[in-house]
Design a protein around this ligand. Sequence first.
Ligand SMILES: NC(=O)c1ccc[n+]([C@@H]2O[C@H](COP(=O)([O-])OP(=O)(O)OC[C@H]3O[C@@H](n4cnc5c(N)ncnc54)[C@H](O)[C@@H]3O)[C@@H](O)[C@H]2O)c1
Length: 373
Amino acid sequence: MTVTVPHNGSSLRPGPRPRTPTPPTGPVGMAVIGAGYWGPNIVRNALASPATDLKWVCDREVGRARHVVGEQSAIRVTTDIDDVLADESVEAVAIATPPATHAELALRCIEAGRHLLVEKPLADSLDAGLRMVRAAEEHGVVLHCDHTFCYTPAVQKIRDLVAAGDLGTPLYYDSVRVNLGLVQEEVDVFWDLAPHDISIVDFILGSGRDLLTVAAEGADPLGLGHACVGYLTMRYSDGLLAHCHLNWLSPTKIRTTIVGGSERMVVWNDLLPAQRVSVFESGVDLGESDLSLGERRRRKVSYRIGSMVAPPLREREALLGVLEDWTGAIRSGGAPMTDGHAGLRVLRVLEAAEASLRDGFAPVPLASVGAVA
Ligand SMILES: NC(=O)c1ccc[n+]([C@@H]2O[C@H](COP(=O)([O-])OP(=O)(O)OC[C@H]3O[C@@H](n4cnc5c(N)ncnc54)[C@H](O)[C@@H]3O)[C@@H](O)[C@H]2O)c1
């Protein structure tokens, strides 16, 4: 047997292996920044999840942070993110502050080597989002964008039905997301509500087709300087059309989405806990598919009115799934389901919608808005 001797004369007998840091195990030590409307939901789920160990809540208004954790809690509160980042037991930070603050806070956490969960929308511009994603990749930290609805049993069921081909060819996505909502000062109704639908469409219908154009029409009846009522349309390469109606000024709350397919159609009513998802064996048939357009127009259509099935869904708070996916990715070194890139895809549509609003509601080719990997 030949033994090669290195030029320094030492034999090749394995010496002591270099020490690699043992990856942390157990619950992820975390902090929440932002204790306004949404942050407390993250706090509540972080306290309920065995996967997280909540150490800090940070808010510019310390009273809010204190209120969320309770007067006698051992969880520490602060107004200063430096306190959070100085604590070595904090491995990860959830950011639930207004979108305009996401990039600055996120970049500080990333540079301090902390994993991140950032609320939707990932940032207030595609450019800011890109900086966050690039920095997270450079520093090897997990960046999760909280597209909460993708973690609901209803949306996961619809995604499974589409992926299994149970709806046939997907034809359209049509949603109504309206209520007497909190009229926001800093963002319009598109940046506030549309991330939900854009992320859902991306999640259930995004693969296998390209998004070609985005058109947005908005109204500002209150004179706020931005839209409170909006209609967003996304057109895909295979003809699929997604339309979202967004409105802060509706007297009633409606959260209903229809996903139409050539074989079946799904109605998702998120305000009906006993029957959120209904799958209809209904559709319109034209008989032979190889007819010419003229023949198809002359042909009488036949309506298929079949049975309706309401699949059982487990009741589970989506944010718990978000935290599990995020912490799972942190521990495994993998990517979460709705990662920074999913956040960028949403930002790209929002920027295209803004361009369409500026351009008299004209459809804007997605290709004209900064490329996203
Ligand atoms: N995933 C969802 O379903 C969902 C629902 C609602 C809101 N959101 C998102 O959550 C985020 C927060 O929305 P919100 O409605 O809770 O806003 P909010 O205004 O009610 O609360 C934001 C909080 O952040 C604090 N804050 C602002 N800047 C800060 C800073 N630099 N450091 C520390 N604290 C700071 C404010 O004092 C405030 O308490 C937004 O991105 C929003 O889009 C997500």
